[in-house]
Structures are given as structure tokens and as C-alpha cells.
Write a protein that binds this ligand. Structure first.
Ligand SMILES: *[C@@H]1O[C@H](CO)[C@@H](O)[C@H](O)[C@H]1NC(C)=O
Ligand SMILES: *[C@@H]1O[C@H](CO)[C@@H](O)[C@H](O)[C@H]1NC(C)=O
Ligand SMILES: *[C@@H]1O[C@H](CO)[C@@H](O)[C@H](O)[C@H]1NC(C)=O
Length: 137
């Protein structure tokens, strides 16, 4: 009986993660404009969340508290404002769009498994997937 229940829980959570991986939002903007790629965390703890945005081939942006990193080609154009992230809003602001910015962007929250374990022992939770399309002027 116990094992039946736990199998159901495993299957249930697999279905949820598959569904959320497919749920894709589309955002579009013109060359030179600013796009906001939506992202929202379910819950926010006392620590500022650690958020990571990537495309299929490159790092775009990473923020952990005050520390942030901008990917190659995105320097000076990307941000997840810290004060928004504290509220659980992990939306990516991408300024001065170029045609090559078009693509699928994925955001992850990096979560440490336990306070005691090494930082290597962390997992990443998929938060949102956004298909950005960019139109010429
Ligand atoms: C989330 O952050 C983005 C970018 O900073 C902002 O444009 C948007 O209005 C914020 N959304 C909410 C619900 O506060
Ligand atoms: C926007 O990007 C173009 C090249 O893609 C560059 O020439 C221009 O200076 C940039 N504008 C701003 C305001 O950063
Ligand atoms: C992203 O959106 C564009 C325009 O709507 C579409 O042509 C393209 O197939 C989409 N890409 C993916 C990976 O869904």
C-alpha cells in the first residue's frame, strides 16, 4: 500500500514537470526595443533567490543577491532587477533587441539541497520558457 502511494506521487510529479516544460510563452519585440521575458517564483524565502537564464546555446544572465553575470553578447543589455527578484519576480529585461536575440529562453532557480552540503549539491528548477521573436524595423 505504501509503495503504491509513493509510485502515484512520483508519476504525478513527473506529469507536472513535463507539462510545465512544454508551457511556452511567446514574447515579441522590434529591433532596438526592450523585451521583458516573464518569470515568477512560486515562493520566496528569506534569502534572495538565485536565478539563471539561458538559451539553447548560451548563458544570458545569472543573479545571486547583489552579484550578477551577463552572458557574452548580452553585456549592458540584460538584467533581473534585484528588488524585483526579492519579491519573486525573476523576469528578464533585455534591452536594445537585435535579430540574433530571437530564440527560446529558459529560466532556472538554483536551489541548494541543504545548508550543510557543499555548493555542488544544488539542483535547478525550471521556472519558465519563453520564445522570443524579434521583428525588423
Ligand atoms: C517584473 O519585473 C519586470 C522587469 O523588471 C517588470 O517589467 C514587471 O512589471 C514586473 N512584474 C510585476 C508583476 O511586478
Ligand atoms: C543598440 O545596438 C546597436 C547594435 O546592435 C548599437 O549600434 C547601438 O549603439 C545600441 N544602442 C544602445 C542604446 O545601446
Ligand atoms: C517561436 O515563435 C516563432 C514565431 O511565433 C515560431 O516561428 C517558432 O517556431 C517558435 N519556436 C519554437 C521553438 O517554438
Amino acid at each position: 500500500m505504501t509503495s503504491f502511494v509513493s509510485i502515484c506521487i512520483v508519476l504525478g510529479s513527473m506529469r507536472v514537470s513535463l507539462l510545465s516544460a512544454e508551457a511556452e510563452i511567446t514574447v515579441s519585440g522590434h529591433v532596438g526595443s526592450t523585451a521583458v521575458l516573464p518569470c515568477e517564483l512560486q515562493s520566496v524565502g528569506t534569502e534572495t533567490p538565485h536565478i539563471w537564464w539561458i538559451t539553447e546555446s548560451e548563458d544570458v544572465f545569472e543573479r545571486e543577491g547583489e552579484e550578477s553575470d551577463q552572458g557574452e553578447g548580452y553585456e549592458g543589455r540584460v538584467d533581473v532587477p534585484e528588488e524585483e527578484l526579492r519579491k519573486g519576480n525573476c523576469s528578464l529585461v533585455l534591452r536594445n533587441l537585435t535579430l540574433t536575440d530571437a530564440g527560446v529562453y529558459t529560466s532556472y532557480q538554483i536551489v541548494r539541497r541543504s545548508k550543510r552540503s557543499a555548493s555542488l549539491m544544488s539542483k535547478r528548477d525550471l521556472i519558465s520558457r519563453v520564445n522570443l521573436s524579434v521583428q525588423g524595423k
